[in-house]
Design a protein around this ligand. Structure first.
Ligand code: COA
Length: 275
């Protein structure tokens, strides 16, 4: 693993063999609470990874070196006073504050390579909403999820009222947002928010296994599957199916398709190059 240190709120590590990077939110004293700066740094890190062919998958997580409690992120930093240029009593300024945050969540969701949310501990508010912007979510059994904003009189506006509906449907999403309940990883898995739950002691190994698998997979194929699901399913079925047809056609030009088929016929493991 090599490490860069140009960021203040996040840390980046590169697993060369697995062809994946780990972005760790690194604000342990605040349970990795998110400021706009944190979201900006995650987006900037993803932007640099986007054009780095040696990285083909990203894990987003809370720092392993926690000082208080393990956390993916406890949500928006409640001690943050907000941007100095925005008036807290001006309706349009406050809408703009949310627009700024939405831009970062959108950039994260639209990242072209597979993005795994690795959750060990609290994933609350904006932290939970960050999980919803990822492609795959893996949580340790001890993790706790929720949108507690309403308990503080706040609105869960980092995509909560919009992205969560797609995962949970109206009744469960409103249950979470109306009562601000904290729910277990088991419940989140049962409700379809999590791709996997794993025993606490197996968490690190499992993350490495899944990230390495995606990092060594056919990257173009994963990119096109991702976009077809994320955009195709927002359109009527006939348009979505067009996405599939185009995705299939574009993917057929990838070198990894030839490698995958040859490897199968030659009864060997494919060596995908992400090309
Ligand atoms: N923003 C800023 N600081 C936060 C934070 C947040 N969202 N969540 C936790 N922290 C800080 C706490 O202030 C505390 O700091 P301190 O030790 O300097 O006092 C530290 O993280 C540990 O939190 P603490 O509350 O002592 O831990 P706990 O185990 O008793 O409770 C939580 C954990 C996550 C349930 C609780 O901290 C909490 O409810 N946090 C707010 C979650 C929230 O409302 N998120 C949505 C924001 S819109």
């Amino acid at each position: 693993m090599t490490e860069e240190s140009k960021y203040e709120h996040v840390r980046i590590e590169h697993n060369e063999e697995g062809h994946y990077a780990v972005i760790s939110i690194n604000r342990p004293d605040k349970l990795n609470a998110l400021q706009v700066q944190t979201l900006k740094e995650i987006s900037e890190a993803l932007e640099s990874i986007e054009v780095d062919p040696s990285i083909r998958c990203v894990v987003l997580r809370g720092t392993k070196e926690y000082s208080k409690k393990p956390a993916f992120s406890a949500g928006a930093d409640l001690s943050d006073r907000g941007s100095a240029d925005l008036d807290p009593n001006n309706l349009r300024h406050q809408s703009h504050a949310m627009y700024r945050r939405h831009k970062y969540y959108d950039l994260i969701e639209e990242f072209h390579k597979p993005l795994i949310a690795a959750i060990d501990g609290y994933a609350l508010g904006g932290g939970f909403e960050l999980v919803l912007a990822c492609d795959i979510s893996i949580a340790s059994k001890r993790s706790i999820f929720g949108l507690p904003e309403v308990q503080r009189g706040i609105f869960p506006a980092n995509g909560g009222t919009q992205r969560l509906i797609k995962n949970l449907g109206k009744m469960r999403a409103k249950r979470m947002m109306f009562f601000g309940e904290l729910l277990s990883a088991e419940t989140m898995f049962e409700w379809g928010v999590l791709s996997y739950i794993v025993d606490d002691e197996k968490f690190e190994e499992f993350i490495h296994e899944k990230a390495s698998w995606l990092g060594n997979a056919a990257t173009n194929s994963l990119f096109l599957i991702k976009k077809s699901i994320d955009y195709g399913t927002q359109a009527p079925l006939n348009i979505g199916l067009q996405f599939e047809q185009m995705g299939y056609a574009i993917n057929s030009q990838s070198k990894d398709v030839a490698e995958g088929i040859s490897a199968f016929l030659e009864k060997r493991k494919p060596e995908f190059q992400g090309k």
